[in-house]
Design a protein around this ligand. Sequence first.
Ligand SMILES: CC(C)(COP(=O)(O)OP(=O)(O)OC[C@H]1O[C@@H](n2cnc3c(N)ncnc32)[C@H](O)[C@@H]1OP(=O)(O)O)[C@@H](O)C(=O)NCCC(=O)NCCS
Length: 205
Amino acid sequence: MGLIPLCGGLHSRMHYLFYVMDSCSLKTAPPAPRETRGLEEWSPSLLKVLPPGAPFYPFCVWWIFHYLRIFKNRDYKVVFIREGDRVIQRSCLIPAFFRFPFMQPADLTVVIWTAAGHRGKGLATRALHEAIERSRQPQRKIWYVTKETNLASIRLAECLGFSFLGKGRRVSAFGFRILGRFIVDILDSPFARANTNVRVASSAK
Ligand SMILES: CC(C)(COP(=O)(O)OP(=O)(O)OC[C@H]1O[C@@H](n2cnc3c(N)ncnc32)[C@H](O)[C@@H]1OP(=O)(O)O)[C@@H](O)C(=O)NCCC(=O)NCCS
């Protein structure tokens, strides 16, 4: 499928691919289980700042964003898989916030990780499928942003039925990456045209 370049020379600074799906249009059948470990769910509360086994950053920041309502909806959640005491897969659904200016308030985006040594066994496919299934809501879109060099991540998005929307980049604000945002520079066609509430960065025009 061809891309619509909006100005010349964008490819050199393009680092991210943007995928999206309607939360209710997830492939209904979960992937054939290659892995049968139990799935657990975590959501934040006043005393639950970090999901089990999760690093302080960025999870502490996300907890603050949840309580300060910088997150635009209340549906921040993590579905995870343990092996013994150790978490080996973590699928996070993060509400819309300033980093994703193209997301609507009800939307969620994916942040996902599988422990090295457990990759390629279907853990991410299974946990993310379940996380999305538990977050279904009419009008809600699920976004997936990944580096264009991350083949495993791209394959995962495609396996779950995400549609490729376009390409873009991440920019800092006031010199701080944490305050920055993603920008869509190029929209794919025709899917992107049917989802035109996403505006292409004006700097790309
Ligand atoms: C991306 C990531 C979460 C995938 O986790 P995983 O548990 O290995 O994923 P799965 O086993 O469910 O595999 C999903 C698909 O990707 C494919 N895949 C997995 N690793 C791959 C690789 N290195 N290269 C190409 N495809 C790969 C699998 O074959 C599978 O496709 P298939 O069903 O057609 O066989 C994992 O590689 C990871 O944690 N990477 C580091 C963190 C990261 O990059 N997160 C994504 C940021 S958006």
